[in-house]
Ligand binder design. Sequence first.
Ligand SMILES: NC(=O)c1ccc[n+]([C@@H]2O[C@H](COP(=O)([O-])OP(=O)(O)OC[C@H]3O[C@@H](n4cnc5c(N)ncnc54)[C@H](OP(=O)(O)O)[C@@H]3O)[C@@H](O)[C@H]2O)c1
Length: 295
Amino acid sequence: MPSTPPDQPWHARFDAFVAAKTAQASAAILPPYETEIDAAADADLHPIGNAWTRKLYDGDFHVSAARDPDRPACSLVFVQSADGNTDARDPGMLGGGNTDKHLIYEGLSRVAADAVLAGAATARGRTTMFSVWHPELVALRSSLGLPRHPTQIVATRHGMDIEDSLLFNVPTVPAIVLTGADGADRMHQAAALRPWITLMVMRQPDELADAFRRLRARGIATISCIGGRTLAAQLLDARLVDDVYLTTAPRPGGVPGTPVSPHPWRGRVITRKHGTGPEAGVLFEHISTAGAAVP
Ligand SMILES: NC(=O)c1ccc[n+]([C@@H]2O[C@H](COP(=O)([O-])OP(=O)(O)OC[C@H]3O[C@@H](n4cnc5c(N)ncnc54)[C@H](OP(=O)(O)O)[C@@H]3O)[C@@H](O)[C@H]2O)c1
């Protein structure tokens, strides 16, 4: 991840961050995926893509509508090692490859999303902001009529260091913090100075379903949740996830015993693709959670 000097004002740090992420995405060599299974036509899905993404993804990418219209449609995007672990200091090191990182993760999974949602452990860090960076994806997002950057949503019980995190300090990028009363008390002063930040206090500390309904009422219709697995497992258990975009690396690795969720969650495979060239052995699946076992 690009780092920026801490003594610069936030707008200069943001400009440097955007320039570095854009350069990194533009320079990446992206071996295309090849399709093994495509059952998208059998399901009620919304296609997304342009000529550039269709060539690399081997067709349209798809998103489901929300099963419950009172909450946002929500997808989860994860990379796991061949032995099913998701936890790694840098998930890129799990071996999902460039196409997963730049086309799926920082790309198709969020290009049409109103918001990106992360657990506090995934969102922490001075230089973090979740968006799309490759010029083709920026153009696709713009063609969909969406703002340049998705709203940043972070779940935290204890609170985040708002003063010291890029994603809370760009006035043009709204941020929403899902938290409890104690967390809100801790962040109140810093948030009050930043009118683009909303503290959404959950009545019970773990009321994610209620928070989702309130997000929908605020106009957030689609969420791309990027994990980590602590947050992801709760969303899956609460039946708040419609699609899972899961990339499996060809080699074992990561922290042992860190699957996407400890409970069964897999529903129907909508799409299965594999990597090519230097990314041979990578497996990508779009899995619908509809019909998955209830934990
Ligand atoms: N392989 C992948 O695709 C992938 C994706 C994402 C992350 N990761 C990796 O996974 C690790 C982080 O995952 P993780 O499971 O440890 O953490 P996480 O899910 O990112 O964050 C957990 C934190 O989120 C907050 N939280 C969780 N549930 C909440 C709820 N119901 N209400 C309010 N806040 C809630 C809490 O924050 P507080 O402690 O602040 O209260 C909790 O400690 C990192 O190593 C990261 O690099 C991998």
